[in-house]
Design a protein around this ligand. Sequence first.
Ligand code: MG
Length: 254
Amino acid sequence: MAEPHGDTPAETEFPEVELAKSAIFLDFDGTLIDLADTPDGVDVPADLAGLLKGLNDATEGRLVVVTGRPIEAVDTFLGGYDGHVIGSHGAEERFEGNHTAHELAGSDTVARLGDMVEAFAATHEGLVPERKPTGVVLHFRQVPEQEPQVYSFLSALEQSHEGFELHHSKMAYELRPIGISKDDSIKRIMENERFAGRRPIFFGDDVTDEPALAWIAHQPDGIAAKVGSGETAANYRVHDPSGVRKILAGWIGE
Ligand SMILES: [Mg+2]
């Protein structure tokens, strides 16, 4: 197993992987597809859903897409992929065909937060709000100089809405219910009898992926792959989403 490393640009060599003995967790934005200026502006390769289906078959149903997006959005981008999804950072889940969601999903509070963030964005050019079933995101990718205003506005909402907490991700801040995280969801799924004892593999690009990357890097034979540059607890690294897709396609012999 490779040693966890810091901010090295070098792409690391991946070990042989036996998919029938592995469980694969994949972040979506910035990992499987390139980031875009707006959440809707992403370019999804036409063969991505087929690639995921192939991986799901080869792992005997142990592929999980782990994303901050709502599951509904994943289905829009990946028509034809009907496997497991951890959505909204873990506030929603589709597992073995069953859809579950956090108790705050679709609540009046979430709707009100969405309204307030949209109103704020309407008076600040370049900010892009994104409603989620369990929270709301405010993207400042197009106007990075507005980060302080975005932060102070959402901090105020965090303080006035009990049960929600503020998270920083790439060029965005997000309000979501306390106690939700990708790593908690991944750990729970790894305890499922179908997953337990398999080699855990996770590809992620963002700070919100780091806790899961750190956990998987320390599992026996775990493969935690950081996508892109930057400090990481991962034990492998890939330069960009096209590199990730190439590795995954190689694993299923394409
Ligand atoms: Mg990502």
